[in-house]
Design a protein around this ligand. Structure first.
Ligand SMILES: *Cc1c(COP(=O)(O)O)cnc(C)c1O
Length: 404
C-alpha cells in the first residue's frame, strides 16, 4: 500500500515553514526533494570513507572506489543497461548532452542534418546549435501542435540520407508531454540514424528499460530523482562511446601519457577525467534504491491520481488555459490565467509558502509556439498530497482577486 503520510516523513524539508506557512513544494520538475536516506549516504561518506578513487592503495580509497562502482551497478540495474562501462557519470543531463554533441564534431559535415523536436529543453538545443556553428550542419525540427504533442508523422519527410543524429526529450519539462520515442527511435534506426534521448524528466516518473527502448544515448540527472545536484549519467551504447572522442583531458581518463601522445583509458574512464563527484554518485545510488523501495508501480499511479485531481480542480478557475491538457503526460500542469502575469501569481503563491515555477522553463520554443512569455508550472511528486493541491487552488483564487 502507498502511504503518502509515511513517505513524507522521509523528507525533512517538507516540514519546514516558508513565509510563515507550511511549504507546498510543486517545483519537482526543476529539482526534486531529498529523502533522509540519501542525505545519510552523503554524510556517511564524509564521516567514514571520504577519499579519492581508483588510484589509492589504502583502505579508504578502496572503500570509496567500491561504493562509487557500486553506484554505477545500481544505475545499470535500474535502467536495465547491458554493460556497466556504458554508463558515464557526468554532472547531469546538460553535461551529458554537451559531451555527445561535441564528439559529433568529428563526423558531422557541412550540410548534414541534425533532427530535434520543437519541445526541447534549451540543454538539448544549444549544444547542437554550437555543433552546427562548428561544422556547418543544419538543425531540422519536428513540429508540435496546439494540443501539446509532436507531429510525429512528419518524421518520414524530415529523415533523409543527410540526417546524422536525432535528439529528443523523452518528456517535455515545460508541459509534461510523454513523447512517442519508441516510434521515433524505430524510424531513425530504419534510416541508420543514431538517437540521443534526454531522459531528465522521464526517469523520475517512468521506469525506463534501455535495452528495450534501444536508444543509442540516454541522459538523466540525479537531482530530479530524489538525488543530489551535480551528478547524472550519460548512457551510450558501447560501440558509439568507443568511437566518440574524449570530452575533457586530465587524470583518470588516460592509460599512458608522454609529451608526444596520450592513449585513452577504457570505457567508462575515458569520459570521467579528473576526480569525479564521488559522494554524488554514491548518493545517486541511494536515491535509486529509495525510488525502487517505494516502487514505481506504487508511486506512479498515485502521481497520476494527483495530476487528475489537480486538473479537475484547476479547470474550474475562470479564464484558465492549461497547455497540453489532454495529452499523455507526467504530473505537470502548465497554465495561465487570463492575461495575468505568471510571475505575479507565482510571487503571491510564494508568500503563502507554495513553490511553483514561472517563466519559459528553459523551453522558449514552446512558449513562442503558444505566443506567450511563459506559464505557471505546478509539477508534482509522490510526496505531494491532494490537500496541498487544495491549498494551491485557494491561493490562486486569492491571487486572482488581488491582481484583477
Ligand atoms: C532539467 C532538464 C535538463 C537539464 O538538466 P540539468 O540537470 O540541469 O543538467 C535537460 N532537459 C530536460 C528535459 C530537463 O528537464
Amino acid at each position: 500500500m502507498f502511504d503518502v503520510h509515511q513517505i513524507r516523513k522521509d523528507f525533512p524539508i517538507l516540514s519546514r515553514l516558508v513565509n510563515g506557512n507550511p511549504l507546498v513544494y510543486f517545483d519537482n520538475a526543476a529539482t526534486s526533494q531529498t529523502p533522509q536516506q540519501v542525505i545519510d549516504s552523503i554524510v556517511d561518506y564524509y564521516h567514514r570513507y571520504n577519499s579519492n578513487i581508483h588510484r589509492g592503495v589504502h583502505s579508504l580509497s578502496q572503500q570509496a572506489t567500491d561504493a562509487y562502482e557500486d553506484a554505477r551497478k545500481k544505475v545499470q540495474a535500474h535502467f536495465n543497461i547491458k554493460k556497466p562501462e556504458e554508463i558515464i557519470f557526468t554532472s547531469g543531463t546538460t553535461h551529458s548532452i554537451n559531451l555527445v554533441a561535441s564528439g559529433y564534431a568529428k563526423t558531422v559535415k557541412p550540410g548534414d542534418h541534425l533532427l530535434v523536436s520543437a519541445m526541447e529543453h534549451h540543454s538539448n538545443i544549444v549544444p547542437w546549435q554550437l555543433l552546427c556553428q562548428k561544422t556547418g550542419a543544419i538543425l531540422k525540427v519536428i513540429p508540435m501542435n496546439p494540443e501539446g504533442s509532436l507531429e510525429v508523422e512528419k518524421i518520414d519527410t524530415l529523415l533523409s540520407p543527410k540526417t546524422k543524429v536525432v535528439f529528443i526529450g523523452h518528456v517535455s519539462n515545460a508541459i509534461g508531454t510523454i513523447q512517442p520515442i519508441e516510434y521515433i527511435i524505430e524510424k531513425a534506426h530504419s534510416h541508420g540514424v543514431e538517437v540521443l534521448v534526454d531522459g531528465a524528466q522521464a526517469a523520475p516518473h517512468i521506469q525506463v528499460d534501455l535495452q528495450k527502448l534501444d536508444a543509442d544515448y540516454y541522459t538523466a540527472s540525479a537531482h530530479k530523482m530524489c538525488g543530489p545536484t551535480g551528478i547524472g549519467i550519460l548512457f551510450g551504447k558501447k560501440e558509439f562511446l568507443e568511437e566518440l572522442p574524449p570530452y575533457q583531458g586530465g587524470g583518470e581518463m588516460i592509460s599512458e601519457v608522454t609529451f608526444e601522445k596520450s592513449s585513452y583509458a577504457d570505457l567508462p574512464h575515458k569520459f570521467e577525467a579528473g576526480t569525479p563527484n564521488v559522494a554524488g554518485a554514491i548518493a545517486f545510488g541511494a536515491a535509486i534504491d529509495y525510488l525502487n523501495n517505494v516502487g514505481y508501480e506504487n508511486f506512479v499511479p498515485y502521481e497520476e491520481e494527483l495530476l487528475g485531481y489537480a486538473s479537475n480542480v484547476l479547470r474550474t478557475i475562470d479564464g484558465i488555459t492549461v497547455y497540453g491538457d489532454l495529452i499523455d503526460k507526467t504530473p505537470v500542469i502548465s497554465f495561465n490565467i487570463d492575461q495575468l502575469h505568471p510571475y505575479d501569481i507565482g510571487s503571491i503563491l510564494d508568500q503563502q509558502g507554495i513553490a511553483v515555477r514561472t517563466g519559459h522553463h528553459c523551453a522558449q520554443p514552446i512558449m513562442d509556439f503558444y505566443h506567450i512569455p511563459g506559464t505557471i508550472r505546478a509539477s508534482f511528486s509522490f510526496y505531494n498530497t491532494k490537500q496541498e493541491i487544495d491549498r494551491m487552488f485557494g491561493a490562486l483564487k486569492k491571487a486572482i482577486k488581488m491582481l484583477k
